[in-house]
Design a protein. Structure first.
Lengths: 114, 113
């Protein structure tokens, strides 16, 4: 069975600070990895995804993530956060090559102080 | 483009009542997923369909929960009888076949009193 661990449940940063949210997964086979964002009162939106190829993937709104296979990690980064980045961030995994359901982490609640 | 459409957005009902949540996937998407989001357990997959056929329902918590997909443009998640611990936000998502990411609806916030 797959599992996803997000180590930081709450993160508070000031505007312009750099961001890194940790995500580790457990699954023995090929995986597809995702980061979703949920703004207050809204549905989940895809930030970025990794299927194969370059392990450094770039997403929307200046976010990027790096897949490190040896560490089973897929950390999300942004060099300079904005107040509008305040949201809940979810890391998710599914077995590669299929269209199975996603296994989500518990989420990280990010608060950006102006 | 119309995204995934869920109804109702909010539902408040008394325990013991039947609850029906509805979802219209994005046109042309072959896969439909139902998730539940709670503070304690986060986002959990309940069931998913491929071409209207249930593929994996191992996440459905109890026999009180059932889901159907009578056609490619409509799915329901039913809880009968409902209990207070069923209170959660229920999301529907759809995707194309293969490696497509999932697109989520706005969710139904369910409160069972």
């Amino acid at each position: 069975a797959q599992s996803v661990s997000q180590h930081n449940h709450h993160v508070i940063l000031s505007e312009a600070a750099s961001l890194e949210l940790g995500c580790n997964y457990s699954y023995g086979g090929t995986v597809n990895l995702f980061w979703y964002v949920q703004y207050p009162g809204q549905h989940l939106q895809l930030l970025l995804k990794y299927f194969s190829g370059d392990p450094l993937v770039k997403g929307i709104k200046g976010f990027e993530a790096e897949f490190i296979k040896s560490k089973f990690s897929f950390n999300l980064r942004k060099p300079s956060v904005q107040w509008s980045d305040t949201a809940e961030y979810f890391c998710a995994v599914r077995s590669g090559g299929g269209a199975d359901g996603l296994t989500f982490g518990k989420g990280t609640h990010l608060i950006i102080q102006p | 483009d119309a995204g995934v459409i869920q109804s109702p957005r909010h539902e408040v009902t008394e325990m013991g009542q039947e609850v029906t949540l509805r979802c219209k996937p994005i046109s042309g998407h072959d896969y439909l997923f139902w998730y539940r989001q709670t503070m304690m357990r986060g986002l959990e997959l309940l069931i998913y369909f491929n071409n209207n056929v249930p593929i994996d329902d191992s996440g459905m918590p109890e026999d009180r929960f059932s889901a159907k997909m009578p056609n490619a443009s409509f799915s329901t998640l039913k809880i009968q009888p409902s209990e207070p611990r069923d209170s959660a936000v229920y999301f529907c998502a759809s995707s194309l076949a293969g490696l497509s990411p999932q697109h989520f609806g706005d969710g139904t916030r369910l409160s069972i009193l």
